[in-house]
Design a protein around this ligand. Structure first.
Ligand code: SF4
Length: 323
């Protein structure tokens, strides 16, 4: 009989893990998800949702399991079921079409995106041509451009675009931005526009939202002191993608966007002494907890939470869901 040799466990390597504060869900995402959940509770399944309610695969899958049906366009929804518009906002033509079909619709547009819509309308009413700084094709940009007639807004995506932008007529100019841009990139684009068009008014308030700004500040602190930063978020999430860029610029040797812990290639952690972890505004905290558990199973992890802005913003739900 073989002697029962004890299995010698290799001692796990120490790893310092820093969690960003704040991270994960913002008030607009939280509200949008609650709108879909409450609509299913109130009206029963299926509830249709035009576009991904927020850009996170896990959130979308969980809502699908509860009875949400995700569609690209309103044409795919029957007249007699409720439809929710996503947090990114929709062109004006969409609620108009829903009204013309007597549909029950719930608008989950983040109030901070709606604020940009109102600003754009105000500039237009004041006779200004609007430069929108944002990413072509992103639903928020499509929604904001769709608040006004074609030609009223010009999209500028990069510093090069800002250098070559041609004023379309004699109208004075104004600008607005997508809410989830890189704070630093946007400042660069704005400085070019201001140099070329000194009459551009200062924004009365920053369009890049508090959640984007706070998460970028938090990941900047991680990037300054971490070898690797893991950002939980889906590839189509604008604010999550920006966090990866900000971490690298702040000094991280490497930064990766992952949907969840199963997407980690553990060889990324070779030689890493300090790992930073954060999540985009549409990523649930559960995914962070699962990632930390996966890290702790492989390393002697010392997990600490960074100091950072404490967020207290909340947004009300539509009255029809709370009555
Ligand atoms: Fe609203 Fe900002 Fe969250 Fe987008 S990231 S839903 S604009 S709070």
């Amino acid at each position: 009989m073989n002697a029962p040799f004890p299995i010698s466990e290799t001692p796990r390597r120490p790893l310092s893990v820093r969690l960003a504060t704040p991270r994960g869900f913002c008030a607009g995402v939280d509200r949008a998800i609650q709108i879909v959940e409450r609509a299913i509770e109130k009206y029963g399944a299926p509830v249709y949702v035009r576009h991904e309610i927020v850009h996170n695969r896990h959130v979308v899958e969980r809502l699908k399991a509860r009875g949400a049906v995700f569609v690209k366009e309103l044409d795919e929804c029957p007249d007699d079921r409720p439809v929710v518009f996503s947090a990114h906002g929709v062109p004006k033509a969409v609620p108009q079409a829903a009204r013309s079909r007597d549909m029950l619709y719930l608008d989950a547009t983040c109030p901070l995106v709606s604020k940009v819509h109102v600003e754009a309308e105000r500039h237009h009413a004041n006779g200004r041509h609007i430069i929108l700084i944002g990413h072509a094709g992103h639903p928020e940009v499509v929604g904001t451009m769709g608040q006004l007639p074609p030609g009223a807004i010009s999209l500028v995506e990069t510093v090069d675009d800002a250098e070559t932008f041609q004023r379309p007529g004699e109208q004075p100019l104004a600008y607005a931005t997508q809410t989830t841009l890189s704070v630093d990139d946007t400042a660069g684009i704005l400085s070019v526009l201001k140099r070329r068009f000194p009459e551009l008014p200062d924004p009365h308030k920053e369009d890049i939202c508090y959640a984007t700004t706070n998460r970028q500040e938090a990941v900047k602190r991680l990037g300054e002191g971490c070898d690797l930063v893991l950002v939980i978020g889906s590839a189509n999430s604008s604010n999550s993608a920006r966090l990866v860029e900000v971490a690298i610029r702040a000094g991280a040797r490497d930064a990766r966007l992952i949907d969840d812990a199963s997407h980690v290639d553990w060889s990324w952690l070779d030689g890493v002494q300090t790992l930073g972890v954060t999540a985009g505004a549409s990523a649930p905290e559960r995914l962070i907890e699962e990632l930390i558990a996966a890290v702790a199973a492989r390393f002697d992890a010392d997990v600490t939470e960074d100091d950072g802005a404490r967020e207290t913003v909340t947004f009300k739900l539509p009255r029809v869901l709370t009555a």
